[in-house]
Design a protein around this ligand. Sequence first.
Ligand code: RBF
Ligand code: MG
Length: 350
Amino acid sequence: MRLFRHHTEVPVEARGAVVAIGNFDGVHLGHQAVIAAAARQAGELGTSQAVLTFEPHPREFFQPAQPPFRLTPFRIKVRQLEAMGVDNLFVLPFNAELAAKSAEAFVVEILSQGLDVAHVIVGYDFVFGQGRRGNTTMLAELARLHGFGVTTVAAAANGAGEVFSSTRVREHLTAGRPVAAASMLGRPWEIEGRVEHGEKLGRKLGYPTANLVLHEYLPPALGIYAVKAGIDEGRETLWRDGVASFGYRPTVGGTHLIFEVHLFDWSGDLYGRHLRVAVIDYLRPEKKFDGLDPLRAQIEADCQAARGLLAAYAGPPPGAVARLPAPARVANDPQSFYERALGPRQPSRQ
Ligand code: RBF
Ligand code: MG
C-alpha cells in the first residue's frame, strides 16, 4: 500500500482509481463493506483501489480540547487498511483550509482534478464539505457533472440488529461490553503501545503487570478485563492470555488512571517493548480493598474467571483482518485503464 499525504501531483498510476471515502475510525464491519465494495468495483473497471481519509479526525480538528475518542489512532488504521490489501491510501490533512472547502470544491478540486477518480464509494451516512452540507445525493449529482460514478453502501447490522457505527462501538466500550464491540469491528478492540515503567508493586503482589498509556485511545469502562496480549516475535505477533486492570488502584492509593496487563504463564520482562492488548471480555468494576491480601485473593479469582472466559470466547480472533477480494484487475497499470476507456492499442509496427 502506498500512502499519499496530498491530493495534488498524484502519480498517474494512483489516479483514476475507485476510492472509498470516510473517516473510518475503527475500520469496523460497515467500513470494511465500503472498502470491499471499492475493491470489487476496481476489479470490474480494471483500476487500482484506494481509500481516502482525513487526519486528524475532523472532530479532533473542530474540538481539540475534547477527551480522546479514537478507536484506531492513525498508525493503527493504516496497518488495518494495509492488511486488508488496499492499494493506495490518501490521507488529507484536515485543517482550516479543508474545513472551509465547499462540498462542490471538494468534488472538483480533490476528487476530480486531484485524483481523477473513476468511481467513489461511500457509506449511507457520508457527509462532506463545509458545514457538512454535502450528502450522498449531492455527491451523486456532482459526480454526474464531473464524469465519475458513485455507489452508496447501505447500512448493515450485526446479529443483534445493531447498525455498524463507530459511535456505537465507543458506547459498547465505555459501557464495558467488549464482546459487542468486537461483533461490530470484526475483531476484538485493541490498545497498543510501548510498555512503561511501573511501580513494581505488582511484582510484590505476585501479579507483575505491564503498563500502557492510552494517549489518543478512547478510555474504555474502568474495571478488570480478560485480554489477549500480542507480543511481536520477529514478523509475527504471538497472542498470550492474561488479565488487565484499567483504573486508579484505590487499594494502593493510586492517583491517576493506568492500564495494566498481567500475562498468564509468562516471566519475561516487557519494559520498553511494544505490546498489543486485545480487550476480550469484561470481568468487574475495580474496588477498594482493605489491604493487599484481599486484593491478591481477588486478583487470583479474576485470573481464574478470565481463563474461563477466554476459553469460552467465540468471537472473532485478535488481529482478525478481512482480506479484500483478490484482484481480477491489473492493479496500478495505467495502460489497462486507458485501454478500457479508449479501446485496445494498435500493435506497434517495427
Ligand atoms: N487495584 C485496586 O485497587 N482494586 C482492584 O479491584 C484491582 N483489581 C485488579 C485486578 C487485576 C486482575 C489486576 C492485575 C490488578 C488489579 N488492581 C486493582 C491493580 C493493582 O492494585 C495493581 O496491579 C498493583 O497495585 C500494581 O500496580
Ligand atoms: Mg459512520
